[in-house]
Design a protein around this ligand. Structure first.
Ligand code: NAP
Length: 241
């Protein structure tokens, strides 16, 4: 019988995990919520790099690896490609397209934190939706700035920064209220391409705010790449086992 190992941690992965069979395995790093009601098996925690993942694939008799991790989780995607190569099994990946600026949008893409911080230096009230990275810089907030950070991790913040621990999806109405209360003058974000976190871009557009996007990391080429859950799911169903 065919046995799938699904590397997840995002909503699209959970969507597929909910359709897998009892022999299949859904794998999470362990940072977020762990669903209790899956039809497949759940395992949590790292494998020990690409080699460790290849050992797991061998030991469990996996014959298809699915990489549906976050587009900025570059290490696990590299490990997946390496492990599939070592094990001689195919790796399929969901490579969700990034958000695209529309007419009138003031979006800039920056390579890393150094470039981002130079770009947001002229602003006073940035909103960061970059995950954990800005937490490392709370002690060096430039004079004249007040930061708001939203990430999965709760954190007390400090006199110059508020940290909101929250997990998407976020709806348009709530995002409008957040922007109104925070009086942000710039949005600084990853480009996840997820509909669950897209409303903030709509609000930035409505308010005419600039958006600074952290560039996506390069991900490895794998055997098959899909741009949506449904195309991946159709291919899984059409796959000969
Ligand atoms: P990362 O830097 O690419 O991976 C770090 C290490 O975490 C990997 O080397 C691996 O450890 C372990 N790992 C990651 N995903 C795993 C999985 N699905 N199952 C088992 N082990 C996993 O990843 P990250 O950016 O820290 O993200 C961690 C997880 O959170 C990912 O699964 C990702 O899908 C999810 N996530 C990330 C973001 C983001 O912005 N980066 C946002 C939302 C969700 P070993 O080398 O020991 O195997």
């Amino acid at each position: 019988m065919s046995r799938i190992l699904l590397l997840g941690g995002v909503g699209d992965a959970l969507n597929i995990a909910r359709r897998l069979g009892p022999q299949d395995i859904y794998s999470l790093a362990g940072l977020g919520k762990q669903p209790a009601d899956l039809p497949c098996q759940l395992r949590v925690g790292g494998f020990g790099g690409g080699e460790g993942l290849a050992d797991f694939i061998h030991a469990q008799g996996i014959d298809l690896l699915l990489d549906i991790t976050h587009p900025y989780a570059a290490q696990i995607s590299a490990n997946a490609a390496r492990a599939a190569e070592l094990s001689g099994i195919p790796c399929w990946a969901l490579r969700r397209p990034g958000w695209q600026a529309g007419a009138g949008d003031d979006w800039r893409e920056l390579a890393d934190w150094a470039e981002l911080s130079a770009a947001f230096a002229p602003f006073q009230r940035p909103l960061f939706t970059l995950g954990r990275e800005p937490l490392e810089h709370l002690d060096s907030i430039p004079a004249g700035q007040y930061w708001t950070l939203r990430s999965l991790d709760a954190h007390p913040g400090n006199a110059r920064a508020t940290v909101i621990g929250a997990r998407g999806p976020f709806n348009l109405e709530d995002e409008r209220a957040l922007f109104a209360a925070g009086q942000f003058d710039v949005l600084i974000s990853k480009n996840s391409g997820s509909t669950a976190t897209e409303p903030k871009l709509q609000v930035a557009r409505e308010l005419g705010l600039p958006v600074l996007l952290l560039a996506r990391p390069l991900l490895p080429a794998v055997d098959r790449e899909f741009s949506s859950v449904e195309t991946l799911w159709s291919a899984l169903q059409g796959r000969s086992v």
